[in-house]
Design a protein around this ligand. Structure first.
Ligand code: ZN
Length: 528
């Protein structure tokens, strides 16, 4: 869309021909009847976070604006220059927010005044955002609750303490804190599904909640949610919240999308060493203002207590340790996730990702699958699959920490005393009770007793308790795709049955339109 400023730029170009000049003049003469204001307001959205309310205003282009507060009664006034209101502000969902109502009026012939009627006083903080893939220009006004300062402090986390089965040990042994970061949120939907409806922020939050629910019932673990609802938390703030909660590991949960619908599977990322080195140099340069801690190396020591070269050495040591641990934890998680999902890469990838830049906390970003792939998107959007993925992530986390328990934790004590925690296991295709017992290093009668089973029959999808007492098993390598060469007399449905995969999955893996197959044809057998 051409706006007023675009026309002015055009008139600066001296090489335009006389004809174009005439045309331009003609058009400009017509402008008043079809005038477009620079910052016309297209939409207005309100999101509530634990300690602030975010108001996002979609505008047609970068805008001049001012924000101020009025008292008696409390109001926040947003004046947007050169704009008209096209947003439907009558139908806004203001539930749970301190905004009681939103009004707007034209002002000075060219400006728009937006008035937010508030329940109480707030501290506004505002900024503009350039267009992104998802949205155009935006004006963002964050209304901080009184008593909180921008940037917001973390919400008080009150994780339920795990069942007191190991009271003797847990009195003196601390829990392992797992920070679960559901990616995106609020006005940032993340990736959008193939159908335009499934959103990454919702899938990420659902899986994160399932991870939280699973972990809070496991003795020795204390999960913490970085975001607990549909609101945005700044990228820089996410690792900070993890640190404030003294997290032992930081897991950022996401879902991917790609330009083709075929991409599928799980990818796990850790920070790369080169990026880490650049980041350390930056941190040292900024250390006077930095609240960075070196928890992994020297307790809660602020960087500013050190000379530059020593600070850099400490950071490098800490970051190297943290990346090494991240990659190890990522391998355990991938191993475990491979039992329920296809893996796009079966080793952790290393890259430049903001949320992973903690020098002192092993940090991973888990892309749980592709929303651009209809089959995978539907699966990711189902509560059952979300729970199975979450269980697998938790199993991977437990396997990692059982291998490398932080000192002073209940898990370290359990390992030293050969007392693994009870674990949950979801029965997979092809499992039998004896196979499960064997794989988890428990005997059949223990397993039957722990699950009140009379016989040996287990159902697909049934959750079994694996009794503690032995070491946590290392999950076997994920099943890989195999091939099958068709012999005389075979049918597609027979082959599907033979490999315990669904007919539709088999068709999809081989790009088959129908069930016709030829002798000698080689079929790919999907892993699940
Ligand atoms: Zn994401």
């Amino acid at each position: 869309m051409l706006d007023y400023r675009t026309w002015h730029q055009k008139t600066d170009i001296a090489t335009l021909t006389q004809a174009v000049w005439l045309c331009l003049l003609f058009c400009v003469a017509l402008l008043p009847t079809s005038l477009t204001f620079a910052g016309d307001i297209r939409d207005l959205r309100v999101w509530r976070s634990p300690d602030y309310t975010r108001v996002v205003i979609d505008v047609d282009s970068h805008v001049e604006y001012s924000v101020f507060v009025l008292e008696n009664p409390h109001r926040v006034v947003i004046d947007v220059s050169d704009s008209r209101m096209f947003a439907d502000i009558a139908e806004l969902d203001l539930a749970d927010s301190p905004v009681k109502s939103v009004r707007s009026a034209a002002r000075n012939q060219s400006d728009t005044r937006i008035v937010l009627d508030m329940d109480g006083a707030v501290n506004p903080s505002s900024f503009t955002l350039p267009p992104s893939e998802e949205f155009g220009d935006r004006l963002v006004v964050d209304l901080y609750d009184l008593g909180t300062e921008p940037p917001a402090r973390p919400a008080e986390m009150t994780p339920t303490s795990p069942a007191g089965r190991q009271t003797i040990a847990s009195a003196s042994q601390r829990n392992i804190v797992v920070a679960i970061d559901a990616g995106h949120g609020g006005d940032d939907p993340g990736a959008i599904g193939y159908d335009g409806r499934i959103r990454e922020k919702d899938v990420a939050l659902a899986i994160s909640r399932a991870v939280y629910e699973r972990l809070r019932n496991i003795p020795g673990y204390e999960p913490v949610m970085i975001r607990q609802g549909d609101y945005y938390v700044r990228l820089q703030q996410r690792p900070q919240l993890a640190r404030q909660n003294r997290a032992d590991i930081f897991l950022s949960i996401h879902a991917d999308s790609f330009s083709t619908s075929r991409a599928e599977g799980v990818t796990v990322y850790a920070l790369s060493q080169t990026i880490a080195e650049d980041e350390n140099i930056r941190r040292v340069a900024e250390k006077e203002n930095s609240a960075d801690l070196l928890g992994g190396v020297s307790g809660d020591t602020s960087l500013k207590n050190f000379e530059d070269d020593l600070a850099l050495t400490l950071l490098d040591l800490s970051m190297t340790w943290s990346i090494e641990q991240s990659v190890a934890a990522g391998s355990y998680i991938l191993n475990s996730m491979g039992t329920v999902a296809r893996l796009r890469r079966d080793v952790p990838q290393q890259g430049n990702l903001w949320v992973l830049r903690s020098p002192d906390i092993p940090s991973l970003l888990i892309e749980t699958g592709y929303l651009s792939n209809p089959t995978e998107a539907k699966r990711l959007n189902s509560a059952d699959y979300q729970r199975r993925l979450a269980d697998a992530i938790v199993q991977g986390v437990m396997n990692y920490f059982y291998e490398r328990p932080p000192e002073g934790t209940l898990v370290a004590w359990q390992k030293a005393n050969n007392q693994g925690p009870d674990r949950q296991y979801v029965v997979q295709r092809g499992d039998s009770l004896s196979l499960i017992a064997q794989r988890h290093n428990v005997n059949m009668s223990q397993l039957r007793a722990a699950n009140s089973l009379r016989g040996d029959i287990v159902q697909l999808g049934q959750t079994l308790t694996i009794p503690g007492g032995g070491p946590v098993p290392v999950v076997s390598a994920p099943p890989t795709v195999s091939e099958h060469t068709i012999s005389r007399g075979e049918t597609l449905s027979g082959i599907a049955q033979q490999y315990r995969v669904s007919l539709s999955r088999l068709r999809e893996a081989n790009d088959l339109r129908n069930d016709t197959i030829r002798i000698g044809q080689v079929l790919l057998i999907p892993a699940y």
